[in-house]
Design a protein around this ligand. Structure first.
Ligand code: B3K
Ligand code: ZN
Length: 881
């Protein structure tokens, strides 16, 4: 449990530390019932911090932070030392010199650590997670990212149980000890903050490969897993080598140690962690084989391996001065991994996927009680700020800089940034400054993206002057108030624009002959005029989603149909379809709310038919265009959320499209239902995605024959993508056949019960299913032998799946909310980070219709009234109410 009365800390209060740590020598003696941590730190005074007073008489107190540590002894310069105090999680040391060696010995209990922060055990192996503030659970330290130190780590453990002992850097010494124990010493030549420290000890196997860097250095690459998963590492290894090459080619960044290691662990709070030279991964983000992983997982593995690898420069070599700067490393690194994935796969699909996440989750966060700028001004618990805003919006901000500067100047900027700040802990401001200095562009106004929260709205109107042949676009920007920020200054918003004539051809926009132009919107209201426009055009606004904003332009349904068919910008073509579906579903929800029935607008049904039958369309684009907006994204766009109606309307639309185009969908499914060896390549993925989209439509019809198609695909599948899609279709079919559902679920369980990551999917598809995921069923899942209440992945699958289930979670008696509340209060005592995450759906209570709103509010009140909350849950609940 954290502080009883957690307090906020502020960016404006940042102060450099009074002491630095030059060298950190750690020894870990690992035992089953405890671990001894010996830390020897060479500490010296930060002379820049002298506040006027000089000399050793006026040395400031050294304050080290520690959490849940049993302090055994303290020595200074090899002599026992007692002039210290241990108070409220701090070790305060008085009477010091300008430089000295501090040795502490602490006892910790990793075997009892359920928070999965610091040193803990997962399936019998020891592992660590230190970002953001987990190192303080290992030893007393200056646990802040601006204190960068050289680390050596000696690990001793029983040799039979823990044959593999890993830490950061290079392995410099190993040997045998008494009592069947052994030791390995690691030395990391690069200075790093404590959050990048890592240790692993376990009975692990590894696969090995090599990479020759651009300067000709040979790097050993190793991926470690438990023995039974060793055949699932190939894809991660291929992805790692691709990432290393890409970072050399696109950013000129070379790897710097002789070895790069990845370890897969089952119990992990998030996706993965970029510890220097020793990345630790949630096994779900590293393991993949065609039999056990879907296409989505293959792509996730590739993206996360890349993301963590890219951190070696954007995060490790150049790190953050303080945690308010988190987006400096995360936003930039997400931008880098997103571009990497776009280069490796389909750029168009990647953009759509990224924007979907942003608009669904980030826009919702920006509109809710936890809204914060990408560089927050304060926080209570930093763990709550690993958010879609810091990551995904942060990446969009970097993307805008890339767009404004152009690829070449951006590369100059990143070169300058890495060169100027190598080995330093810096700020977002340093990043923007490097971009400005390298390009000569003024980003003064642009900086507001770092300090202002909220999603800007562009209200756009237009007029056409027939006589002057002039088209005028008026853009007004505004940004809703967010917590602590009532008024906003105008942003610099790059708006990419095209104009279409009546034939759907692109019009020339300026003297340079361009048909696509970026408008630099900077004022609250601005008018852009285009001359020599022969007819009234239709605007294609915010192409490729050039800025993270909402666009309000009064498109008619005909306009949207036209853009869907003719826009040369694939993103906007897809977006027009989404807007159309959104408006149709919205209208239906409004009718249901008034107790009326409303049939699905024919124009939408026909438009989707055109897409299904368009043989010229790229398969990947076709699959995206046929995907209806998710329930979550419909909820985000709604003014007031009626969960049951959203679910009902979306289902009705899906079924209407399927019924109207059943023959074409079936023919398309048939044509794509070919068996060939599995390859996780973009073209093959597009075929499978489209095939499974067809299957999902077809099985929404109440027709036994369609259900039989799913059953056939389930049994005939030669890879997990097809088998899992068929399973989902059987479960959620319009023709609900409980016997068949139970049969395929049992078969799936039998086939894959030994693979914990496949079981996560088995659990989540049930928890998220509108028909199956009842509260009663959720309780059964939590009793099931494959469930493990100490595993964040299992909790996310069941509780996260349920909380995303519009129909069941938002049941009108409020029991869905009550259940989640009970679960997260219980979880808060064990793993506050996960408890706090799982609370997110409740924090959106203000947007819901009055009944849900009141019930969600009550659930939050109950959480708030609970004594002894963690600082994680405390912060979210108090900000939400
Ligand atoms: N940097 C880590 C996230 C750590 C989260 C700590 N609560 C993973 C990543 O973004 O690469
Ligand atoms: Zn990251």
């Amino acid at each position: 449990m954290k502080d009883s009365q957690p307090k906020a800390i502020y960016l404006k209060d940042y102060q450099a530390p009074d002491y630095w740590i030059d060298q950190t020598n750690l020894t870990f003696d690992l035992y089953e019932d405890h671990t001894m941590v010996t830390s020897v730190l060479s500490i010296y005074r930060n002379l820049d911090n002298k506040s006027g007073k000089q000399g050793e008489d006026n040395l400031p107190e050294l304050v080290l932070v520690g959490d849940d540590l049993e302090l055994i002894s303290v020595e200074i310069d090899d002599k026992p030392f007692s002039d210290f105090k241990v108070e409220g999680g701090f070790l305060k040391i008085l009477s010091l010199k300008e430089s000295f060696t501090l040795k502490t010995v602490c006892r910790i209990n990793p075997q009892e650590n359920t928070s999965l922060e610091g040193l803990y055990k997962s399936n019998g192996m020891f592992c660590t997670q230190c970002e953001a503030e987990g190192f303080r659970k290992i030893t007393y330290y200056l646990d802040r990212p601006d204190v960068m130190s050289r680390f050596t780590t000696r690990i001793t453990a029983d040799k039979t149980a823990y044959p593999v002992l890993l830490s950061n850097g290079n392995d410099i010494e190993r040997g045998e000890l008494d009592d069947g124990r052994h030791y390995v010493t690691w030395e990391d030549p690069f200075k790093k903050p404590s959050y990048l420290f890592a240790l692993v000890a376990g009975d692990l196997q590894h696969v090995e490969d090599h990479f020759t860097t651009m300067s000709g250095r040979e790097v050993t690459l190793r991926i470690f897993t438990e023995a039974h998963n060793i055949d699932q590492c190939d894809h991660a290894m291929i992805s790692l080598k691709k990432s290393m090459k890409w970072d050399e080619e696109v950013y000129g960044r070379e790897y710097d140690l002789d070895i790069f290691m990845i370890v897969a662990v089952d119990h992990f709070n998030m996706g993965a962690m970029e510890n220097k030279g020793l990345n630790i991964f949630n096994s779900a983000c590293v393991l993949a084989s065609p039999e056990t992983a879907t296409d989505a997982r293959f792509q996730r593995v590739e993206a996360i391996v890349a993301h963590e690898y890219f951190h070696n420069w954007s995060g490790n070599r150049v790190t953050c001065r303080d945690w308010f700067q988190l987006s400096l490393k995360e936003g930039f690194t997400v931008f880098r991994d997103s571009e990497f994935s776009a280069d490796m796969n389909s750029r168009g699909v990647k953009r759509i996927e990224d924007v979907n996440v942003l608009r669904t989750a980030q826009f919702a966060e920006d509109a809710g009680p936890m809204a914060h700028p990408i560089r927050p001004e304060s926080f209570i618990e930093i763990s709550n700020f690993y958010t879609v805003t810091i990551y995904e919006k942060g990446a969009e901000v970097v993307r805008m800089i890339h767009g404004i500067l152009g690829a070449e100047a951006f590369r100059k900027g990143s070169d300058l940034y890495f060169e100027r700040h190598d080995g330093q802990a810096v700020t977002c401001e340093d990043f923007v400054k490097a971009m400005e200095d390298a390009s000569g562009r003024d980003l003064t106004q642009f900086r507001r993206w770092y300090s202002q929260a909220g999603t800007p709205v562009l209200n756009i109107t237009d007029e056409y002057n027939e006589d002057k042949k002039q088209y005028k676009l008026t853009i007004e920007q505004s940004c809703p108030a967010t917590p602590g920020q009532k008024e906003k200054e105008p942003f610099h918003i790059p708006v990419r624009l095209g104009l279409l004539d009546a034939e759907g051809d692109e019009l020339v926009l300026n003297e340079s002959g361009a048909t696509d132009q970026v408008l630099d919107v900077k004022q609250e209201k601005e008018v852009f005029a285009f001359d020599n426009i022969e007819e009234r055009p239709l605007p294609s606004i915010l192409r490729s989603f050039s800025a993270p904003v909402r666009v309000k332009y009064d498109y008619s349904r005909e306009d949207l149909l036209f853009l869907m068919e003719h826009d040369s910008d694939h993103f906007n073509r897809w977006d027009a379809g989404q807007r159309l579906a959104n408006s149709v579903i919205d209208e239906m929800v409004a009718a249901f709310e008034q107790g009326r029935e409303l049939s699905v607008d024919r124009s939408l049904i026909e438009a989707f038919g055109t897409v299904i039958n368009d043989e010229s369309l790229d398969l990947a684009v076709k699959a995206e265009m046929l995907s209806l907006p998710s329930e979550a994204s419909l909820a985000e766009q709604a003014v007031e959320v009626y969960p049951q109606f959203i679910h009902q309307a979306r289902q009705q639309v899906k079924k209407a499209i399927a019924e109207a185009h059943k023959d074409s969908l079936e023919a398309l499914w048939q044509s794509l239902n070919v068996h060939k060896p599995y390859r996780p390549e973009a073209e093959d993925i597009a075929e499978r995605t489209l095939k499974n989209t067809c299957l999902s439509y077809l099985t929404s019809i109440e027709d036994k024959a369609m259900l039989a198609l799913a059953e056939q695909q389930y049994h005939g599948a030669s890879n997990m993508t097809d088998r899992f899609a068929a399973l989902v279709s059987v479960i959620n079919a319009g023709n609900h056949d409980r016997e068949l559902i139970d049969e395929v679920l049992a078969d799936f369980l039998e086939l894959y019960h030994q693979d914990t990551n496949v079981m996560d999917q088995w659990l989540s598809v049930q928890a998220a299913s509108p028909s199956l995921g009842t509260l009663e069923h959720i309780l059964t899942l939590m009793q099931h032998e494959v469930f493990d209440e100490t595993s964040p992945n299992k909790l996310r699958s069941v509780l996260g799946g349920f909380a995303g289930n519009m129909k069941q979670f938002h049941r009108t008696d409020g029991l869905g909310y009550e259940f989640l509340t009970d679960q997260l209060l219980d979880l808060d005592k064990k793993n506050p980070q996960i408890a706090s995450r799982l609370m997110t759906p409740l924090t959106r209570w203000r947007k819901f219709e009055p009944g849900c709103r009141e019930r969600m509010r009550k659930a939050l009140e109950r959480i708030k009234a609970t004594p002894g909350l963690s600082s994680d849950v405390y912060e979210v609940v108090t900000k939400s109410l």
